[in-house]
Design a protein around this ligand. Structure first.
Ligand code: SAM
Length: 242
C-alpha cells in the first residue's frame, strides 16, 4: 500500500492510494470483507474539506490538537497536516530552525487510531511524506536527518494501532491506549507527557466539572501517567531511554 502524488492542491500535495496493482480511487473501498468487518469506507476529499472547513480556524492553528479515532490511512489527518504546514511555511520558511520547530509542533498535535495495522502504517507514512516533501523542497541538502527522525518518532507514537471502542491497543498484548502530549517550551525544548486515553474520556469527571470555564469553576484537568524530561526537539527520540 502506498500513496502517489497526483497534484499540488491549494494547501499542499494530494495523493491517491495505491494498493498492490489496484489503484484506489477516492470513493473506492479496499475490499468487501474489510467493509463488512471494519466499516472501511473512505471519505472523499471534497467531503473531508467541507467538514474541515466547519472548523477552518482550528485546522490552521499550528498547535490545535486533532484526534481521528478511526483514521484509516489518514484522509482527514493528511488534510489537517497540509493546512497546518501551509501556515508554518508561510510564517516561518525564512528560518529553517523556526520552520522545523513549528512543523514538529504541527505534526505532534495530530493523533489517530485505527484497528487495522496496515492502515496505521500507511497513515504514518503518508503524514511523514507530506512533511518530508515540503521540508526537502524548502531546504534541500540542508534538511536534517535528525528532524526527520523526530517526525517519524512522533508519528510512531501518535498514530496508534488500537481499538477506539475498548480503548486498548491491538496485537499480542493489548494495553491501554496512551497518548503523548508534546509542547514546545523555551523555543527548542519539547515537553512530553503521557496520558491514558480512558483517563481523558473519564465521563464522570466530564459530568461533574467542565473542561473550560470563564466563570472560575473547577475544570477537569487529567493527570499524566508519565512525564519526560525537557528535551531538545531534535533529540526527542533519545528521551525514551532516560
Ligand atoms: C469508514 S472508515 C473511515 C476512515 C477515515 N476516517 C475516512 O474518513 O476516510 C472507518 C475506519 O475505522 C477503522 N475502525 C473500525 N473499527 C474500529 C475501532 N473499533 N477502533 C478503531 N478503528 C476502527 C477501520 O479500519 C476504518 O479504517
Amino acid at each position: 500500500m502506498g500513496h502517489e502524488l497526483i497534484r499540488h492542491g491549494k494547501s499542499g500535495p494530494i495523493y491517491k492510494r495505491i494498493r498492490a496493482d489496484i489503484e484506489l480511487k477516492e470513493e473506492q473501498v479496499v475490499s468487501k470483507k474489510r467493509v463488512a468487518d471494519h466499516g472501511e469506507v473512505y471519505t472523499r476529499e471534497r467531503e473531508v474539506n467541507a467538514m474541515l472547513d466547519l472548523v477552518k480556524q482550528e485546522t490552521e492553528r499550528i498547535d490545535s490538537r486533532f484526534l481521528e479515532p478511526a483514521c484509516g490511512t489518514g484522509n482527514f489527518l493528511a488534510e489537517i497536516l497540509n493546512r497546518k504546514l501551509h501556515v508554518v511555511e508561510t510564517r516561518y520558511c525564512k528560518s529553517q530552525l523556526e520552520y522545523e520547530r513549528y512543523a514538529v509542533l504541527a505534526i505532534s498535535s495530530v493523533y489517530g487510531i485505527d484497528i487495522l495495522e496496515d492502515n496505521c502504517q500507511d497513515c504514518r507514512k503518508r503524514l511523514f511524506d507530506i512533511f518530508d516533501q515540503k521540508y526537502t523542497a524548502l531546504y534541500k541538502d540542508l534538511a536534517k536527518e535528525k528532524c526527520r527522525d523526530t517526525i517519524q518518532y512522533i508519528l510512531e507514537n501518535n498514530i496508534i494501532w488500537g481499538d477506539a471502542l475498548t480503548l486498548k491497543t491491538v496485537g499480542d498484548k493489548p494495553e491501554s491506549i496512551v497518548f503523548s502530549e508534546w509542547s514546545l517550551v523555551n523555543g527548542s525544548m519539547l515537553k512530553r507527557r503521557d496520558f491514558a486515553f480512558h483517563g481523558l474520556l473519564d465521563h464522570e469527571a466530564y459530568k461533574s466539572t467542565p473542561l473550560f470555564s470563564d466563570l472560575g469553576d473547577d475544570v477537569f484537568i487529567p493527570s499524566p501517567m508519565k512525564e519526560y524530561p525537557l528535551t531538545h526537539f531534535l533529540r526527542v527520540s533519545d528521551a525514551e531511554q532516560s
